[in-house]
Design a protein around this ligand. Structure first.
Ligand code: GTP
Length: 353
C-alpha cells in the first residue's frame, strides 16, 4: 500500500498529517483501505511510507488490532509510485510468479479484490490494473484495452480520449515484474513501468469494474468520500458507528437544536453550538463550530474554531485556525493552520488561500 505521497492538492490539511492518515468518516483513509484488504482475505500488508512516515506505525502498530500483519518500509527520499513498490521487494513473500496486490493509499473503492486477482492469474498477466469508468476522462490518463481486455496503450491527458476507462490505482503485479523495476531512484509506474511493459510486448491486462470508486486527492472529493462512507453509499467495515445521516464521534458535544446532516462527521471532542448547521462537512477532532454558524461541504481541521454566524461552503480550514464571527468563505477558499481571521474580515470565494 503506497502511502508516501505529499498530498499537495489537499494542502493545507496535509501540512500536519499525510493524506492517507486524514480522517474520513472518523478514521484514517488507510484504515478503510486496510479493512477492505483484510475483508478480501489479504493477511499481510507492507506500507510504503515516505512523507511523515512515523505517524503510520504510531497509529497502526503491528496491525493486530486491525486483523492484519503490518510492516513498514520508509524511503529516505521519495521514490515515486514505482520506486516505492521496488523498495519493498525484500519484504514480499512468495515465489516469482505469485501475485502481489498494490494499492494507492488514497482511493475509496468497492472493487472485488479477489476477482481482480483471479483475472490476473487466469490471463497469466505481468500486471493487471483495476480500471474505472469516469464521465469526463479528459483530465485523466486513459487506458484503452482490446476485446480480450489486454491494455493497448497508456495515454496521457488528451482532449479526445478513445475510452472512458482510467487507471483506478489498484494493481496486481507478478512478483518477478517488481524485481525488474530499477532500484534506488524515483520511478513512476504510470509514466515509466507500465508503458515500458507494453513497449516490450509484456501482457498487461485491464480489469474494468463499475462499483464505487473515488480518488480522495482533492478537498471536494475528500468531503464527498466522507459523506459516502457515513451514509453507506460506500460500505466500510472500519466505519466507527452505524450508517446514517451523520456520524458523531464519542466525546463530541452537539447542541440540541444544531442541525447535523448530509453525511457530516463531527470528530471526537468537537463542539457544535446552538442553532449551528453542519451539512455534509467533516469536522476533525476538537473542532469548534459556534452558535448560528453554517458549515457546508467543508473540512475543518483539528481544533479549528468557527465563530458565531460564520458561513463556510466548500472550503478547507487548517488545524487550529480561528475564523472569528461574521466571516464568509466559499468555493475553494483555504485557510492555513493557525491563521486568525478577525471578525467580519473576509467575504471571499474561489481558490484563495
Ligand atoms: P498530490 O501531491 O496531491 O498529487 O498527492 P500524492 O502525493 O498522494 O500523489 P498521488 O495522488 O499521485 O499518489 C498516488 C499514491 O501513491 C498515493 O497513495 C501516494 O501516497 C502514493 N505516493 C506517491 N508518491 C509516493 C512516493 O514517492 N513514495 C511512496 N511511498 N508513496 C507515494
Amino acid at each position: 500500500m503506497l502511502v508516501g505521497g505529499q498530498g499537495t492538492r489537499l494542502r493545507p490539511l496535509t501540512m500536519s498529517a499525510p493524506k492517507p492518515m486524514l480522517p474520513v468518516a472518523g478514521v484514517p483513509v488507510t484504515a478503510h483501505m486496510l479493512a477492505r484488504a483484510r475483508d478480501a482475505g489479504i493477511a499481510r500488508v507492507v506500507l510504503a511510507t515516505s512523507y511523515r512516515a512515523e505517524v503510520f506505525e504510531e497509529y497502526f502498530g503491528d496491525g493486530s488490532a486491525h486483523g492484519l500483519e503490518l510492516e513498514y518500509v520508509t524511503e529516505t527520499e521519495p521514490l515515486g509510485t514505482g520506486g516505492a513498490i521496488r523498495n519493498v521487494v525484500e519484504r514480499l513473500r512468495g515465489g516469482p510468479d505469485d501475485p502481489v496486490v498494490i494499492f494507492n493509499g488514497d482511493i475509496l473503492s468497492g472493487l472485488d479484490i479477489p476477482a481482480l486477482v483471479r483475472r490476473h492469474s487466469e490471463a497469466d498477466a505481468a500486471v493487471t490494473l483495476h480500471l474505472t469508468e469516469v464521465v469526463d476522462p479528459r483530465a485523466f490518463g486513459v487506458v484503452p484495452t482490446d476485446a480480450d481486455g489486454r491494455v493497448t496503450a497508456f495515454l496521457e491527458k488528451t482532449p479526445d480520449p478513445p475510452t472512458n476507462l482510467i487507471n483506478a490505482g489498484c494493481y496486481v503485479f507478478r512478483r518477478s515484474v517488481i524485481d525488474m523495476i530499477p532500484a534506488g531512484r524515483p520511478v513512476s509506474v504510470e509514466r515509466e513501468t507500465f508503458p515500458g511493459l507494453l513497449a516490450a510486448g509484456t501482457p498487461v491486462m485491464g480489469y474494468p469494474d463499475s462499483t464505487y470508486w473515488l480518488d480522495l486527492g482533492t478537498p471536494a472529493a475528500f468531503v464527498q468520500g466522507s459523506r459516502d462512507l457515513v451514509t453507506g453509499r460506500m460500505a466500510s467495515s472500519a466505519l466507527p458507528g452505524p450508517v446514517g445521516d451523520c456520524l458523531v464521534l464519542p466525546g463530541a458535544a452537539v447542541a440540541a437544536d444544531a442541525k447535523i446532516g448530509g453525511g457530516a462527521t463531527v470528530g471526537a471532542g468537537a463542539r457544535v453550538g446552538a442553532g449551528a448547521a453542519v451539512d455534509g462537512a467533516v469536522l476533525f477532532d476538537g473542532a469548534v463550530v459556534e452558535a448560528g454558524a453554517t458549515v457546508r461541504d467543508s473540512v475543518i481541521g483539528r481544533g479549528a474554531v468557527i465563530g458565531a454566524g460564520v458561513l463556510l461552503d466548500g472550503v478547507v480550514i487548517g488545524d487550529g485556525a480561528i475564523i472569528e464571527r461574521d466571516n464568509e468563505l466559499r468555493a475553494g477558499a483555504r485557510v492555513f493552520p493557525g491563521a486568525v481571521l478577525a471578525a467580519g474580515a473576509v467575504r471571499f470565494s474561489s481558490d484563495r488561500t
